[in-house]
Design a protein. Sequence first.
Length: 303
Amino acid sequence: MNAVTPIPQPHSGSRIALRTSKMLGWQGFGAELVNVSAGLHRMPAFQHHRVGVHVGAPVRARCMCNERRHVRLQAHGDADVIPAGLDGQWSDESACTIFSVWIGEDFLQRTVEQLALKSADAQLRPQFRMRDPRFQHLAWALRAELEADEASDPLYAESLCTAMVVRLIGGAPALDDRRRTLAPRMAARVIEFIEAHLDERLTLSELAALADLSVPHFKVLFRETLGVPVHRYVVQRRVERAKTLLLEGKLSASQIALDTGFAHQSHMAHWMGRLLGVTPRELSFTAPGDVTSDASLVRGNGS
């Protein structure tokens, strides 16, 4: 990046995006799955941070970044972290696939501020062939979300990216022994807000603000209080409300999907099938007592 000595050969590589998050409603971050051809690749400096995770068979690569040369064998799960403002170039000996994640500076700084870290301790530094099992787990979960036929609520992707940032800057939240759950009044306030805004795009930042907590701490306390992650709870409540409206039979399935915060009717059908085991059409002809209860949904799998 800056003042890079160019590798004396013409640009010869190409990048083809196989999947992209552009239409998934993610804000402040994004991802794409990219096929990268063999040859030389030049990457300009971006305003956002980038993490590239290698997918598949090992590939030998040579790169120049931050005025340093690196020669390495890139294996499945290895990650390169490129902070904003750095350009570079690399040469791959054979074609490969990269899961590329970009993180906006505002998204990063908001997480840093919420963790109350000193700026000097919370910088994103260039890393090559980073091997971190926990980070890999988060990256593969985000990749699965990118490739899913029906994506979950954007809250889930936001939660994963927040955890990735926390892992990269080394600021995992530590809970005070005196407070491991949300206070009852605060939990009620958050739940009431979710209920009143199920048809809207909810974000971790606004929910955490209601509890006067940082996003990382809020995620932990919410799960300890409700027994499921925030995104899972929101999806469950949307499914439950959609079930009620379908049983009433006054609105079309497509209208109910919009009124309960799903992206579209097939998105609603996906989650109803996953949580209730029935389709919206089947539910419309089912007696209320024959369907999984609301309480059992919330007590269910917290994945």
